[in-house]
Design a protein around this ligand. Sequence first.
Ligand SMILES: C[S@@+](CC[C@H](N)C(=O)[O-])C[C@H]1O[C@@H](n2cnc3c(N)ncnc32)[C@H](O)[C@@H]1O
Length: 233
Amino acid sequence: MPPRVLRTRRNFYLAYRPDAELDQCYPEIVQLSRAWVRHNVLRNAGDLPRLYAFILNTRQVLDDNVPGDMAELGVYRGNSAAVLAYYARKYGRKLLLFDTFGGFDAGDLTGVDSEKPREFADTSIATVREIVGADNVEFVIGRFPQSLRTALAESRFCLVHLDCDLYEPAKAGLEFFYPRLSPGGLIVVHDYANPYWAGIKAAVDEYCAGIPEKPVVFGDKAGTAMIRKVAEP
Ligand SMILES: C[S@@+](CC[C@H](N)C(=O)[O-])C[C@H]1O[C@@H](n2cnc3c(N)ncnc32)[C@H](O)[C@@H]1O
């Protein structure tokens, strides 16, 4: 139970803003916060620790000059993609966006996810384009990994955001992106410590059993995990 003084209602608490924002170190946070909640207030507005960690770690990787493209698997309406797109443009990188853009594929609702409803169909490429913009952004439309084109096998990545909720695409995402991640590159996995999407932790733990790095978990709403590659295994 958190300290009583910090509790307001059952699912809410008050929190400090990061000193980095107050110091005006990251003036883009104002613009990115707006994109973070556009057409998605209920899901995103209360999870500012997730946004702050996402921004700070994206900048960390890019400021370290880790080579490669950026990618997101699981775009929905483009709120987190808008953050990545901002930095892709600022640092001269390409951002690849992977999604069905029509919600979960029925073929992925198996095993641990067999009872899950079809979600996230209420979006469109036009909605995503409006929030994310066009420059430096490439859409890879369809069910992952079936959507992978042969040319993508040659890609190298500096930062990957896995936010696909389900075991099957998360497992396939790790298998595709980790070997193509540059040393120093980062995989951000949303929902790692979220018991509702238990397949995410299963996929990450299974994959991390075979690589040198382990997930580092954050205290945002869904327990985002980050895996930063230290060297080629
Ligand atoms: C939670 S939403 C992504 C939210 C988004 N990253 C954000 O923070 O604004 C999950 C997305 O994963 C996508 N997805 C799930 N399985 C997929 C698969 N096999 N291939 C492509 N997209 C998939 C869904 O279509 C949905 O848009």
